[in-house]
Design a protein around this ligand. Sequence first.
Ligand code: PGA
Length: 271
Amino acid sequence: MEVVILKNSDQVAQYAAELVGTLLKSRSDAVLGFATGSTPLALYQRLVADYQAGKISFKTVTSFNLDEYLGVAPDNPQSYRSYMNRELFDQVDIDKQNTFVPACRDNENPHDVGLGYEQQMRGAGGVDLQVLGIGANGHIGFNEPSSSLRSRTRVKTLTRQTLQDNSRLFARDEFQPKLAMTMGIASIMDARKILLLATGAGKAGAVADMIEGPLTAMCPASILQMHEHATILLDEQAASGLQNRDYYDWANVQNESLQDRFGLLADPIGS
Ligand code: PGA
């Protein structure tokens, strides 16, 4: 795991946008995995700005989103499809035909939708770079604590904590879904590179469990300890529970000097 601790959430977004930009410049037909939630919003704003400045293009990009609510129509503003259209897709040159969200319509069997989504990801050659957030309970996607570490795209019941955390986004009398389709933990682990963003003190406990705790289904994000190319981008607050902080900062100084001498030491995606 590469743990990069930056001063604030702006710097996290900037660092993440630079990594995505570098990938798009070397591979214009990259397959990107996107996340929703509050954390990646600043990243998407920077990607839109970089697109508008002519620095990057999404014309031949394919994307797969982590998750989507069940029982929420794609054109409902609360759907993750709407979120992606609003925050990124409608503002850049991506071909929407090449953007995928694991949506399950009312008359569809979630099991079949999950299998189909896995097939679509495989058919696209797999995800090159997966953007992730982390829940205060350690979830990635909607893989809640106790999710199988070998799970694939399927329907999950959201925990009470997740419902509580997300209730701020729903009006008092609005339907708040309790079920969602989500890429599984094994599906996420298939990505060639992982970029997890966490900001704010509310994530400090989950971040410490992910990086320094045991590998356990009770903290689904801890599986990233097993990923060969996972970069964890944190602001100071999200990093505040880490015991081994000095080492991460020290290692980053060394990594920067190694990169100056040899360039990228390991590029899982290639060019
Ligand atoms: P957030 O959600 O970015 O809104 O905090 C992250 C997550 O639940 O994965």
